[in-house]
Ligand binder design. Structure first.
Ligand code: HEC
Ligand code: HEC
Ligand code: HEC
Length: 132
C-alpha cells in the first residue's frame, strides 16, 4: 500500500487551521458581547422592573434623553420628566439613572466598552461608589 505522508500532513494542517480560525479570529476582539446587569439593590426592590421608558427605546435613545435632560435643567431650569406611561422622574443623571443603575461598571461600561464609546460625563458627574 502506498500513501502520501506529505498530503496527510498538509491535510492535517488545513484541518487545524480551520478548526482554530474562529477562535483566533475572536481573540482579536477581547471583549465579549455586552451583558449589562440590572441586579442592583434599587432594581431588585422594584415589583415591575421597568426603566423610565421601554427597554428598546432606552437602548437606542438613552443618550438623547440625557442630552434633553441636561438642556432642560441647565437652560430652562426644569426638573420634572413625565414618561410616556405617566410616571414622574427627576431629570438627573446621578440621582435618577445612577440610583437604579448603581453599577456603572456592570451596566453602562459593559456596553460602552464594547462599542468603544467613552462618555465624558464622569469628568464632572460623580459615578456611584462601586461595591466590591
Ligand atoms: C426606576 C429605575 C430606573 C431608572 C430611574 C432608570 N432605569 Fe434604566 N433600566 C431599569 C430597568 C429595570 C431596566 C431593564 C428593563 C427591562 O428589562 O425591560 C433598564 C434598562 C435600561 C437600558 C437598556 C439596557 C439593555 O439591556 O438594553 C438602558 C440603556 C438604560 N436603562 C439606561 C438608563 C438611563 C440612561 C437612565 C436615566 C436617564 C435610566 N436608565 C433610568 C431601571 C431604571
Ligand atoms: C445596552 C447597551 C448600553 C447601556 C446599558 C448603556 N449604554 Fe450608553 N450608549 C450605548 C451605545 C451603543 C452608545 C453609542 C451610540 C452612538 O454612538 O450612536 C451609547 C452612548 C452613550 C452616550 C453618548 C456618548 C457619546 O460620546 O456620544 C451617553 C451619554 C451614554 N451612552 C450614557 C449612558 C449611561 C449613563 C448609561 C448607564 C446608566 C448607559 N449609557 C448605558 C449603549 C449603552
Ligand atoms: C464640564 C462638566 C460637565 C460635564 C463634562 C458634563 N456635565 Fe452634565 N452637568 C454639569 C453641571 C455643572 C450641571 C448642572 C447641575 C445642576 O444644576 O444640578 C449638569 C447637569 C446635567 C444634567 C441635569 C442635572 C443632573 O442632576 O443630572 C444632566 C442630565 C447632565 N448634566 C448630563 C450630562 C451628560 C449625559 C454628560 C456627558 C455626555 C454630562 N452631563 C457632562 C457639568 C457637566
Amino acid at each position: 500500500m502506498m500513501y502520501d505522508g506529505g498530503k496527510i500532513i498538509i491535510g492535517l494542517l488545513i484541518f487545524i487551521g480551520f478548526s482554530t480560525f474562529p477562535f483566533l479570529f475572536t481573540m482579536g476582539k477581547a471583549v465579549a458581547k455586552p451583558e449589562p446587569k440590572i441586579d442592583t439593590p434599587e432594581i431588585q426592590k422594584m415589583v415591575d422592573k421597568k426603566c423610565i421608558e421601554s427597554k428598546q427605546y432606552m437602548k437606542t435613545e438613552h443618550m438623547v434623553i440625557l442630552n434633553d435632560w441636561r438642556d432642560a435643567v441647565v437652560r430652562d431650569g426644569l426638573r420634572l420628566y413625565k414618561s410616556k406611561d405617566g410616571r414622574s422622574f427627576d431629570m438627573s443623571l446621578q440621582n435618577t439613572c445612577m440610583k437604579c443603575h448603581s453599577s456603572k461598571k456592570k451596566f453602562c461600561d459593559e456596553c460602552h466598552n464594547y462599542v468603544a464609546v467613552k462618555p465624558y460625563c464622569w469628568d464632572c458627574h460623580i459615578a456611584p461608589q462601586e461595591g466590591t
